[in-house]
Design a protein around this ligand. Structure first.
Ligand SMILES: Nc1ncnc2c1ncn2[C@@H]1O[C@H](COP(=O)(O)OP(=O)(O)OP(=O)(O)O)[C@@H](O)[C@H]1O
Ligand SMILES: [Zn+2]
Ligand SMILES: [Zn+2]
Length: 804
């Protein structure tokens, strides 16, 4: 019998991928299973921490006496065998520690919370006993809530061994309950009760009749009872007093879509290319095959997804559908819910912790069989997966930019292999990497080159803004675009205008001395936020007032630069006073459900113009949108990053695709200072294939992905010298490990060298053999753990989103 448990512990400052071995107390044996969380003693003293049981062993080669598990957090495993296996693999792949992968797999609320207690263990001063401990021998130690003087007093007491600190691990997840009603009597007994009522007690009689309709095991929400019977709370309470019913707590789910009014839909009759794509996917049922569904905007990819999902559901399997960021695409959520109803769970960043927890439990219990969600939904605890879909597979939001630095596509591929289920990657503009794999036959390419009913793609005009500036006053709107907007308003049609804000922000500069307001903790300018009327640092959160005078030369010539969506909205309103404009950006969509409300109102023609940031580029499907304007195509081109052309092409193609999707023709205006750039010209011609070939040649010549694999290694430290030293040491060590065709860039300071008072140095590696470096880099990471104590942090990022 297994007597020892292997536990991956949660110690942020001392991480390792090695599980620790703990004895299992007799009362837990047989009851404990892998995937449960436990509380275990760790290190010296009374410190206890949380950990995940990942397996059992019979023997340990540990010499001393093994510590035993203190208690169990979960009554059932929170992670199944598949996810435990996945976590081990993913930790390796993404150079992360297994504990951080395990934590990432769980909804936020289920992550550990520690409560600390201070207990008096020796005689202490009466005054202190009363002022701090209120006469008790133990209090909760919450440094955030305590006066600094109290904390320092406690530190002294601790030093003299008069108090000790204990830790308790709590579970923050709370099941939501509501009041339920349970019948207590048999049918006949209710009749006797009724006989004893006075004639005027008609309402009590109604309650009895209702209770007689219930089974003895029924628990009905009190709210429902009131609704069905029309009885007041007072009558129900009377029933309780008379012993007819019991009030009991009942578990409920928080439904993140309860405020959405969703229309049920039925499958559409497919067009020829859709039917071919669907047939190929259905035929792959039961095999781990990957498809790249390359379909132009408006070609009907979503309908193919929905029917493929229906196919696996009919076989009793489940389906996982990933979308780039679901809070930005309420339309997709509606479409999937509209087709599959309550069988659909949604997981995305717009949910409250409670809603997330409830959706997660519905999945885990098998009540939800389709999951639609953003990046982390790839870990949804679905069993028996029959199909995985990744919509807009090229989107960068699928890569997590912090620890663990995983790409959802890799995880999806692993789960597809585990379940022998097909994986469908869909996009109008596939990532070069995926398209190249399709070229090599690693993925099967499914093409949908035309819009539904062979409806034409929109015509795209490129507007040369250099000319505009020469010809007229500075404006965000060229003459042609403005005329087109006015024309649409007069025809009752709608327009979508996008302000490209990638790598771009509003800042404050002094016109006299050129002074730019910078963050005191980071080497970067502060960003102007009109909603909070303050200057903020996007890296460390520092915030200060907007200066009205130059802090450097005291001049009043301080100016605000950069075009915010708000400013553009103002200008447009002045240019076309009657226009009804709805603005969608980070400021206006902060409130829950705001996206959906605005889009619904736009869809109902309450507005003529939808003006927004990149968040409006994807997924929108409105039949009366016949004009799309891109105000500044260049901001993403200007970034010093090899992805710049690809991202620009993708964005322009996506946003253009919003125009003319139904029977009316669409028109697009792209305003740019680089009208000759190939990314802009090829987007104008809707020519993905040529863009792919052109860009592949560039990447080949410059030795970039997908021809080379890339890795970014960063070290950071509060002392600049330490970070620089570490990276040059890493650089020297790596030189000896690298093959001849590998290329090392750096070490160099990162483009923003200091963030939150830490200095960053980095090395970027480009290499040809997939596993060439894995062992060396894992070793590097393990070794860096011992240096973490001295404040040095090291991170390794596989296929980084940028080299900056
Ligand atoms: N077989 C069909 N018959 C009629 N209409 C269809 C059919 N398939 C899809 N449509 C409609 O065509 C429109 C475009 O389809 P859909 O939104 O699925 O395209 P898409 O390829 O996902 O586009 P994008 O990449 O731009 O998001 C939708 O309004 C959809 O309802
Ligand atoms: Zn800062
Ligand atoms: Zn100045």
């Amino acid at each position: 019998m297994e007597e020892l448990a292997q536990v991956v512990v949660d110690v942020p400052t001392m991480q390792t991928n090695q599980p620790y071995t703990y004895a299992i107390p007799a009362e837990f044996r047989e009851r404990l299973t892998p995937g449960m969380r436990v509380v275990v003693p760790f290190g010296k003293g009374s410190r206890v921490i949380q950990g995940f049981v990942v397996g059992f062993i019979n023997q340990s080669d540990y010499e001393g006496e093994l510590k035993a598990i203190t208690s169990i957090v979960d009554l059932y495993p929170v992670l199944n065998d598949e996810l435990l296996d996945l976590s081990a693999w993913l930790a390796q792949l993404s150079f992360a520690f297994r504990i951080s992968v395990l934590q990432t797999m769980l909804p936020n609320v289920m992550r550990a919370k520690y409560t600390k207690y201070v207990r008096v263990i020796d005689e202490i001063d009466e005054d202190v006993l009363f002022s701090i401990f209120h006469g008790q021998d133990e209090i909760e130690f919450d440094e955030a809530q305590m006066e600094p003087a109290t904390v320092s007093k406690l530190l002294d007491l601790r030093k003299h061994n008069q108090v000790e600190v204990s830790y308790q691990v709590g579970n923050r997840a709370r099941v939501k309950t509501t009041l339920g009603i349970q019948p207590l009597l048999e049918f006949e007994a209710y009749e006797e009760e009724r006989a004893g009522l006075t004639k005027t007690a008609a309402k009590q009689s109604t309650l009895i009749s209702y209770l007689q309709t219930l089974k003895p095991t029924d628990v009905i929400a009190k709210k429902t009872v009131s609704e069905v019977t029309g009885l007041s709370d007072a009558i129900i309470t009377t029933g309780e007093k008379k012993g007819w019913l019991a009030k009991v707590p009942m578990e409920t789910y928080r439904d993140p879509m309860k405020d959405y009014d969703i229309q049920a839909t039925t499958p559409l009759e497919l067009q020829a290319t859709q039917a071919e794509a669907l047939a190929a996917i259905n035929a792959a049922d039961g095999t781990a095959k990957t498809f790249l569904l390359e379909g132009v905007t408006g070609s009907g990819k979503t309908e193919v997804y929905l029917q493929a999902i229906a196919n696996v559901l009919a076989e009793g399997k489940t389906a996982l559908m990933l979308v780039p960021e679901i809070s930005l695409t309420p339309q997709m959520m509606r479409r999937v819910r509209g087709r599959f109803g309550a069988a659909v769970a949604v997981l995305h960043s717009g949910l409250s912790d409670g809603e997330r927890f409830d959706e997660w439990r519905r999945i885990e219990r098998g009540e939800a069989r389709v999951v639609v969600g953003a990046r982390s939904a790839v870990f949804a605890p679905l069993e028996n997966i029959g199909l995985i879909i990744m919509d807009e597979e090229h989107e960068t939001t699928y890569k997590q930019d912090e620890n663990p630095r995983y790409h959802a596509r890799d995880v999806a591929a692993w789960r597809s292999a585990y379940h022998n289920a097909p994986l469908v990657l869909g996009s109008a503009t596939p990532s070069l990497e995926s398209r190249a794999r399709a070229e090599k036959g690693v993925y099967e390419l499914l093409l949908m080159p035309n819009r539904i009913n062979n409806h034409p793609m929109p015509t795209v005009q490129v507007v040369d803004m250099r000319q505009e500036i020469i010809n007229g006053p500075e404006s965000n709107f060229s003459t042609d675009l403005l005329a087109a907007i006015q024309d649409r308003i007069s025809k009752g049609e709608q327009s979508v205008l996008m302000l490209n804000r990638r790598g771009f922000s509003s800042f404050v500069m002094c016109r006299d001395c050129g002074f730019v307001l910078e963050c005191p903790n980071c080497d970067i300018g502060l960003t102007l936020h009109m909603d909070t009327k303050s200057m903020k640092c996007h890296y460390c959160g520092h915030e200060e007032a907007i200066p009205h005078q130059c802090p450097n030369c005291q001049s009043n010539a301080i100016r605000y630069y950069g075009t915010g969506t708000q400013k553009v909205e103002q200008e447009l309103q002045e240019l076309i006073p009657g226009a009804k404009i709805v603005r969608m950006d980070a400021d206006t969509t902060r409130k829950k459900g705001a996206h959906d409300k605005m889009l619904t109102a736009f869809g109902n023609h309450e507005y003529d113009i939808l003006l927004g940031t990149q968040m409006i580029a994807k997924g929108l499907d409105f039949p009366d949108v016949t004009l799309v304007g891109v105000l500044n195509a260049d901001t993403s081109l200007g970034l010093p990053d090899f992805h710049a052309a690809e991202r620009t092409f993708q964005l322009l193609t996506q946003v253009s695709g919003r125009a003319g999707r139904a029977d009316k023709l669409g028109e697009v205006f792209v305003q740019t200072f680089n009208p000759e750039h190939y990314a802009i010209k090829l987007a104008q011609m809707h020519d993905y294939e040529r863009f792919f070939r052109t860009e592949m040649q560039m990447r080949h010549a410059a030795k970039y992905p997908p021809y080379y694999f890339t890795i970014k290694i960063q070290a950071s430290h509060a002392e600049e010298r330490e970070a620089a030293l570490k990276m040059s040491q890493v650089g020297r060590w790596l030189k000896n490990q690298l093959g001849t065709d590998a290329i090392m860039l750096g070490p160099t300071p990162r483009s923003i060298a200091r963030i939150n008072n830490r200095y960053y140095y980095q090395i970027v590696l480009k290499y040809r053999q997939p596993e060439e470096l894995d062992a060396a880099l894992s070793e590097l990471l393990e070794r860096a753990q011992s240096e973490a104590k001295h404040g040095l942090q090291l991170s390794i990022d596989r296929e980084p989103l940028s080299f900056m």
